[in-house]
Ligand binder design. Structure first.
Ligand SMILES: *Cc1c(COP(=O)(O)O)cnc(C)c1O
Length: 229
């Protein structure tokens, strides 16, 4: 299967899941996670109609963004303070804010560049020790802090589901949606919480059924022969 065929199939599965959840296919953003491939495959994906890409390393974000600035680049990886300068101005959306200390650094860089940086708060809904992200109970106080950062905007929440356990996957996605629904009326200004980034190759259909507005899909688009749900 080519990247174009894979993407067409993913798009169709996304559209079906969107309809099952009472939404239109256009309401879901597909982020093609290109972390395992090079510039040539990115070019192929752009030709196939991909408009949003995801990277989890700043070096790769820089290289690919700077080669293809006409598409949108999402940062989905672990954030290190010293690399925030490389992310600001390149990432359309940062999905993985998991430390309050990073907000100050993002604010400084965004203010210096004269831009607003869109962020999602990463939440460890399942509570697995191996996962990063704030606990659900911490999120409200993280969002309270946004009042101090006029160059940042909290657009929503992101989570990673536990691998391979269908009940636990669905619970972590519905848990993120319920958390968002509970918090949204309490905030305004630069905290809007419209976006839920949840679902990868194995579980994006469940993510959409539970309210995802953004799915992050790597292997189903870029690996040959990967069978997704
Ligand atoms: C790699 C990665 C993905 C994509 O995973 P696939 O299983 O390849 O679809 C999504 N989100 C994050 C944070 C990732 O690191």
């Amino acid at each position: 299967m080519s990247i174009a065929e894979n993407f067409a199939q993913v798009r169709q599965q996304v559209a079906e899941a969107a309809r099952r959840s009472g939404r239109a296919p256009e309401d879901i953003t597909i982020v093609a996670v290109s972390k395992t491939v090079g510039l040539e495959q990115v070019e192929e994906a752009i030709a196939a109609g991909v408009t949003d890409f995801g990277e989890n390393r700043p070096d790769q974000l820089m290289e690919k963004h700077d080669a293809f600035p006409e598409v949108r680049w999402h940062f989905i990886g672990n954030i290190q303070s010293r690399r925030i300068k490389d992310i600001v101005g390149r990432a359309t959306l940062v999905h993985s804010l998991d430390r309050v200390e990073h907000l100050e650094r993002f604010e400084q860089r965004a203010a210096a560049a004269g831009i607003v940086v869109p962020l999602l708060i990463e939440v460890n809904v399942s509570g697995e020790a191996s996962k990063s992200g704030f606990t659900p109970a911490e999120v409200a106080s993280v969002l309270d802090g946004f009042g101090n950062y006029p160059h940042l905007r909290a657009h929503g929440l992101m989570t990673m589901a536990p691998q391979g356990m269908p009940d636990a996957i669905r619970r972590s996605f519905s848990g993120l949606r319920e958390l968002r629904d509970a918090l949204r009326p309490r905030f305004g200004g630069n905290v809007s919480l419209d976006e839920l980034s949840m679902g990868m190759s194995e579980d994006f259909a469940v993510g959409i059924e539970e309210g995802a507005t953004i799915v992050r899909i790597g292997r189903s688009i870029f690996s040959e022969g990967f069978i997704s749900v």
